[in-house]
Ligand binder design. Structure first.
Ligand SMILES: Nc1ncnc2c1ncn2[C@@H]1O[C@H](COP(=O)(O)OP(=O)(O)OP(=O)(O)O)[C@@H](O)[C@H]1O
Ligand SMILES: [Mg+2]
Length: 255
């Protein structure tokens, strides 16, 4: 098959996703995510042997779409595709500004979103290195991040907000332990930690959505650390698990 024919077949394959979703918002978002540039990028991931097929959309969010996909050796992976047309990029700027790794970056929208996906990929690596349970990063291409899929054959793991925790105290301890490991070993603050960005897989918490995580050198790192801990205290109150924010922060910052 010629490369042109091969690409055409791939486009038809993708078309299935464009029209499958029923409501207009979803359809719009699928159309957006499968614009020509993204098609070329996904195609490259196929021809590079990173992916064998896209299975189904897991999530259609504000900033991007997440798909389950399968690799040529039949491993399940998650593919997060950041929208390059979102208006949220202004919010992104404050997380990238002040991060020494992105010094000198010009804040043109598209560039920022590409940097954002790369930042998520790099942050995932740092979290793994610090011993925090996050999806393992697999590949990065422009606005696309391929990572370990959290879930089983049938369904992705659910967000903590949709889960009935059997051992809330254990889960909360584990999460605060991860916050400390990230801070001490990774010099990182998640900066958007909430019950939406923690998946529960086999009763264990897995932290996701680390694109906005910042290094300790960031001027707002300490403020965002506190916000993360406050979010956890608020969430676990529902289970009557009390997190003393001041004591928890002291513990996280203690060498
Ligand atoms: N590695 C993964 N394995 C399984 N499911 C995942 C994975 N990563 C993300 N998801 C699912 O996709 C959803 C959105 O992912 P994420 O939070 O990273 O993106 P987002 O840009 O914040 O999207 P949103 O705007 O919806 O918050 C998650 O809540 C989760 O349900
Ligand atoms: Mg999220």
């Amino acid at each position: 098959m010629s490369p042109d024919e091969d690409f055409h077949r791939f486009e038809l394959e993708i078309d299935k996703w464009r029209y499958r979703r029923k409501d207009a918002d979803d359809r719009k978002s699928q159309d957006e995510v499968f614009d020509q540039q993204n098609l070329m990028r996904i195609y490259k991931l196929f021809t590079d042997g990173v992916l064998d097929r896209l299975d189904f959309p897991i999530s259609t969010g504000k900033e991007g779409n997440v798909f389950r996909a399968t690799t040529p050796d039949e491993k399940l992976v998650a593919v997060k595709i950041y929208r390059t047309t979102t208006s949220t990029f202004r919010d992104m700027a404050k997380y990238v500004q002040g991060d020494p790794r992105f010094k000198g970056l010009t804040y043109r929208k598209r560039k920022l979103i590409l940097a954002w996906a790369y930042k998520e990929y790099l942050n995932l690596r740092l979290f793994v290195k610090a011993g925090v349970r996050v999806p393992k990063p697999i590949a990065h291409l422009d606005n696309i991040v391929v990572m370990e899929y959290i879930g089983d054959e049938n369904a992705p793991a659910s967000e903590m907000r949709d889960t009935r925790l059997e051992d809330p105290e254990g889960v909360s301890d584990k999460i605060l332990g991860y916050v400390k490991a990230a801070y001490q070993k990774g010099e990182l603050v998640h900066a958007d930690l909430s019950e939406f960005n923690i998946l529960i897989h086999s009763s264990e918490p897995v932290i996701i959505d680390v694109g906005q995580a910042v290094m300790l050198g960031h001027p707002l790192a300490e403020e965002w650390l506190e916000r993360d801990v406050v979010n956890m205290a608020r969430f676990f109150k529902k289970y009557n698990v009390r997190i003393d924010v001041k004591a928890a922060l002291e513990e996280i910052r203690k060498k």
